[in-house]
Design a binder for this molecule. Structure first.
Ligand code: PYC
Length: 318
């Protein structure tokens, strides 16, 4: 851990899911690309990641976002997302939180900005009422109709799809409880069993990347929504929002199956009842997803790292 004593952060939540944007105090990672910078973080600053998001300073649902200078000419910033167990590619709710944070800091106003991430440059449009719509990286289905046999659960069938992170998308198995907040513990157990079964079967994303997010779908409760989901994030936390990259992967799969035409709105409800509205464009043979949602700043704070604090790097297995 470099000698860091303080760090400036802005906390927000996007449709219920928290984002912690680091705006100052973290040494900038070396690298000419965002993915090289993410590797520098992984190699040299992983203790800083843990210190920022783990207990006692954070908790397992927080997604951290480190702002960097941009790498492309037309971007306003770069961002690297991380959580309690590692690093993300893109993060839809997190990007909406970053845009509202930049607005809160007076760095941007309503209009369109481009932001570099380790998996590509994304565009975000901030409306005068604070709503953010983002244009994500192209999304697609890699494995269609994967069948898994899960002990105690039976056969589960779904798609492996990319939405800026790797997802397994499946309907809620009939033996699973309803997609209700009161059932989060059991839904988490089931989604983790599915993730373990994918790994045991050697089913991965592109280039052997682990499928580290699992998304279960069921009928919506909210008027006007098309679907309700439960999303297991890498680690054991669930997404309180409908998951921006997960909704992107879902819309790419719906489009691939002829169930969502370009431009048609898809309203994805989360396990907490919050909502993202999405749609896809067809562009140069790719599917480009758009996600619209709201974020609210909840705190601006200075993190303190006291060298005498035995838990200044977070609570984790040694
Ligand atoms: O919104 O893309 C998302 C996301 C990924 C993990 C947590 N949220």
């Amino acid at each position: 851990m470099p000698e860091i004593r303080t760090m400036e952060i802005v906390d927000s939540h996007t449709e219920g899911e928290p984002t912690r944007v680091v705006i100052d105090g973290w040494p900038q990672p070396a690298g000419d690309t965002m993915s090289a910078r993410r590797e520098t973080l992984r190699r040299d600053f992983d203790a800083v990641r843990a210190a920022v998001v783990l207990e006692p300073r954070g908790h397992d649902a927080i997604v951290g976002a480190l702002l960097t200078p941009p790498v492309s000419d037309d971007a306003v910033a770069g961002v690297i997302f991380f959580n309690d167990v590692g690093y993300l590619g893109m993060c839809g709710h997190g990007l909406i939180g970053v845009v509202r944070t930049l607005e809160h800091l007076g760095r941007i106003g309503p209009g369109s900005v481009r932001i570099d991430t380790p998996v590509g440059t994304v565009r975000a449009d901030l409306a005068p009422d604070g709503t953010v719509s983002l244009e994500n990286v192209p999304s697609y289905v890699l494995h269609d109709g994967v069948t898994l046999n899960i002990p105690g659960l039976g056969t589960v069938r779904g798609d492996v799809a990319w939405g800026g992170n790797w997802f397994f998308l499946t309907e809620r198995p009939p033996s699973a409880p309803p997609l209700a907040l009161s059932e989060v513990r059991e839904l988490t157990r089931i989604a983790m069993a599915i993730r373990d079964a994918l790994a045991a079967a050697g089913i991965t994303g592109a280039d052997g990347a682990p499928v580290d997010h699992v998304e279960l779908f069921g009928p919506p409760r909210r008027a006007g929504a098309d679907s309700r989901n439960f999303v297991l994030c890498p680690g054991a936390a669930y997404d309180r929002s409908p998951c921006g990259t997960g909704t992107s992967a879902k819309m790419a799969a719906l489009h691939a199956h002829g169930q969502l035409r370009a431009g048609r709105r898809w309203r994805q409800e989360s396990i907490t009842g919050s909502l993202f509205t999405g749609w896809v464009d067809e562009r140069d043979g790719t599917i480009v997803p758009h996600i619209e949602g709201r974020a609210f700043v909840t705190a601006r704070a200075t993190l303190q790292f006291d060298p005498r604090d035995p838990f200044r790097f977070g609570i984790a297995e040694p």
